[in-house]
Each structure stands twice: as C-alpha cells, then as structure tokens.
Design a protein around this ligand. Structure first.
Ligand code: FER
Length: 182
C-alpha cells in the first residue's frame, strides 16, 4: 500500500518543527480540506517514521510535568520526501458522487423532480464555492503576492484554485443540464 500519510507528515515537518498535536491540527484544518487522514493513524505513523530514521524528535518541557515531542525531518527523510515530490503521480480513482448515481437512473423519475434535484445541487455547490472564495480572500490577506511561485502560500493557493475551478465548472454543467429539462 502507498503510504501517503508518510509523505504528508514528512512535508509538514520539513517546513517546521511540529508536535503530534500540531500535525493532527493541520489534518483538521488546511490539509484536511483536500486530504483526509484517519487521525488515529498519525501517532503510529510518527513512531514508525522515527524508527525508520526519517524524522527525529526532541522533548520540550512546557509546564510542570508537560512534556511534548517536537518532530523534525532528518536528511534521510528529506531525501525520501524529495524523491516522492519528484515522482509522477497516478490518477486518483473517480470520486463517488451519489448525484451521478441518481442521474444514471434518473429516467425513472419525473422531469419536474429531476429539475428540483438539480436546483438543490446547484444551491449546495454555490454555497461551497462561496466558502472557497472566502478562503481565497483570507489567503490573499496573508500574502498579496499569492499567485507567484515565490509566495510561501503558493502551494496552498494552487490547491484552492483547483477546487474553485472544479466547483465553477460543475455548477456551469449543472445549470446547462438543468435547461435540458425545461
Ligand atoms: C482551503 C479551503 C478549501 C484549502 C482547500 C480547500 C488547501 C478545498 C479543497 C477541495 O475541495 O479540493 O484552505 O486549502
């Protein structure tokens, strides 16, 4: 099995030193928007990466008895991360979209019901698109030079811009197809 979680973690600790908690937070926030990970897998993967010599940690004492492990990447880890970054990627499996499954059988329901279901999808996708536009705006406030490869938010921007492009084109298709039912 391909260990994508391995590379997600290596990518994170390559940027800066992080605790297991920081890494989990990243999966709940930014990365989690487009790459889901089972949170229960993160700590076992940190242990495994440490044993493999790809990351290492120092113990930092934050309170009276509060210790936390701060992980950083090793040269060997950087090498594996780079090799993975440079390797061509397979196409993902086609996403399971329940609306597509419904459409496939949609001749079984009246035209009016089809229209209603299209309108519902359009409303939901538009709401999602609004959220993506807002995310892009907040990102632009962090860095006005966002659309340049020199920006340290450039990668984040690229993933977000692909999501915006995908939703815009999905909505265009929904609206065009809805008109076929008129
Ligand atoms: C983000 C907000 C949303 C983001 C990605 C998304 C990478 C959505 C991605 C998707 O739906 O593919 O900040 O950052």
């Amino acid at each position: 099995m391909k260990r994508t979680l391995k590379y997600a973690i290596l990518g994170l600790v390559h940027k800066e030193e992080m605790s297991g908690y920081d890494i989990t937070s990243q999966f709940k926030q930014e990365i989690g928007q487009f790459w889901s990970a089972k949170h229960s897998q993160i700590y076992p993967e940190l242990k495994r990466l440490t044993e493999e010599g790809l990351i290492e940690y120092r113990t930092s004492i934050t309170g009276a008895k509060l210790e936390k492990k701060l992980y950083c990447i090793t040269p060997k880890g950087t090498q594996e991360l780079t090799e993975w970054l440079l390797s061509p990627k397979e196409l993902p499996e086609t996403e399971k979209d329940e609306f597509m499954l419904m459409l496939y059988f949609s001749a079984a329901i009246p035209k009016e019901e089809n229209k209603r279901l299209f309108e519902d999808q359009i409303a939901k996708r538009k709401e999602k698109l609004e959220y993506l536009y807002e995310s892009k705006k907040s990102l632009q406030q962090l860095d006005e030079n966002l659309q340049s490869p020199g920006s340290n938010q450039f990668g984040h921007y690229l993933v977000l811009s692909r999501a915006i492009n995908r939703e815009e084109s999905y909505i265009t298709w929904l609206e065009e197809t809805l008109s076929l039912f008129e």
